[in-house]
Design a protein around this ligand. Structure first.
Ligand code: FAD
Length: 394
């Protein structure tokens, strides 16, 4: 059986964090693949807020679709496939062929494809725990929200709920008073789990605490004005077990999250107490050659921060994988060099470039350098300057 395709970098997760890492490593000359199974938090974003220069008529899915085009434009590979296992390969991980790269250290098996890679990046995000209220989830992004930094602004001066019974729910309810005077904290029939100090703080704030069980959500009946730009209805309010109803402009569900960290944990990566993957400032995990970026690593769950993480990791991986610049004595040890410091090996690579590149040999330096030359001669990648389906909706 032939060996699986070999990549320098394999990214698990095609959200903002994973796609940014892959864009960096691809444009820094590393043969890169992204695996993406459908879903993720970016896919739930109806309007991207706080992203400099990007219109709020762009959704998270629009953004990812443009980013995928960007990636493939520069020669990165994108597999719409779910990774099921990541294992370490036996081997030295040494630069055996002297081309400045080490051999594959990891094998990724997805539903339809298997690849080997020298570096693995987990950009797998997390799942918000959704409330157990009939019909509420269908209003995600249209009245049901999970991110105060993203959506508090759009609920300003409205009637707002916070669903939850933990510390975080209490804090979000009090914080929402910065945006509106009308905040209900809905315990949904549960006992509060916040501290005594938080209880005292809460009692001193003008937040209405409602203990009643929430049974269902209903759509807004106010007509087109309150319909989302894609025609879907927005949330109108919530019905309670005692038969009452309350109209809300919207609110937040605060039941915590479940990190998609199983694959990383299986490889031996350390996790934080809350289940997020622990990383250093270069976004490398406790396992050498394995990186993690975006929501799966921390509590600052924002598109912009996921993008920044991706950039950090992409640059760190490049520095890790490429040998230049080298100390002069190491260059001498590589063999006779020219006056400009280039070695015999460099001349061999340059000679390879004149030949037709073998694109079916992934990871070859000549292949990547030839690809860069070709992309340079093309039209620039259009990115968000091109209209996307639905562009221009209000
Ligand atoms: C409703 C909502 C609105 C939001 N609004 C905003 C906003 O306006 N502005 C803002 O800055 N942030 C917003 N956020 C937060 C933002 O969406 C996240 O911070 C961002 O998407 C994180 O990016 P990520 O790449 O780390 O994770 P994700 O976007 O969650 O991407 C992770 C990806 O990994 C994939 N994946 C997981 N496991 C596997 C596997 N085994 N194989 C292959 N693929 C896998 C998933 O399918 C997913 O696509 C919002 C979040 C929500 C839920």
């Amino acid at each position: 059986m032939s060996d699986p395709p070999a990549y320098e970098v394999a990214v698990v997760g095609g959200g903002p964090a994973g796609l940014t890492t892959a864009l960096y490593t691809t444009r820094l000359g590393h043969r890169t693949v992204v695996f993406e199974k459908e879903g993720g938090r970016h896919a739930a974003v109806a309007h991207v807020h706080n992203l400099l220069g990007v219109s709020e008529s762009v959704s998270g899915a629009d953004l990812a679709s443009h980013a995928t085009d960007q990636l493939t434009h520069y020669g990165g590979d994108f597999y719409p496939d779910a990774v099921e296992s990541v294992t370490r390969l036996d081997g030295t991980g040494e630069d055996e062929d002297g081309d400045g790269t080490t051999g594959p250290r990891f094998r990724l098996e997805a539903v339809h494809a298997t690849v080997d890679a020298e570096r693995v990046v987990f950009a797998t995000g997390f799942r918000d725990r959704s409330p157990d209220v009939t019909d509420l989830e269908r209003f995600t992004g249209r009245g049901l929200h999970y991110c105060l930094h993203c959506d508090a602004y759009s609920l300003g001066d409205g009637s707002v709920f916070v669903l939850g019974h933990g510390e975080h729910a209490a804090r979000v309810a009090m914080t929402m008073l910065n945006f509106t005077a009308d905040v209900d904290l809905l315990l949904d029939g549960r006992e509060p789990e916040w501290s005594d100090e938080t209880d005292r703080q809460l009692a001193a704030h003008p937040v209405d605490r409602i203990d009643e069980t929430v049974v269902s959500a209903y759509a807004d009946g106010a007509g087109e004005d309150r319909t989302a730009s894609d025609g879907s209805p927005r949330l109108g309010g919530l019905a309670f077990a005692d038969g009452t109803e309350r109209d809300y402009l919207g609110g937040f569900a605060m039941y915590g999250s479940a990190y998609n960290a199983d694959l990383a944990e299986g490889l031996g990566c350390e996790l934080q107490d809350d289940g997020a993957i622990a990383v250093d400032e270069r976004r490398e995990t406790s396992v050498g050659g394995v990186y993690a970026v975006g929501d799966v690593t921390h509590g600052q769950n924002q598109t912009t921060i996921a993008i920044g993480d991706g950039a950090y990791a992409g640059i760190a991986i490049h520095k890790d994988l490429r040998p230049f610049p080298k100390p002069v004595d190491e260059l001498d040890a590589d063999g006779p060099g020219d006056a400009d410091g280039s070695s015999e090996r460099d001349s061999r690579v340059d000679a390879d470039l004149d030949a037709e590149p073998e694109l079916d040999v992934p990871g070859a330096a000549a292949d990547l350098r030839a690809r860069m030359r070709r992309v340079r001669d093309r039209e620039p990648q259009p990115g968000l300057r091109e209209p996307s389906p639905g562009w221009g909706r209000d």
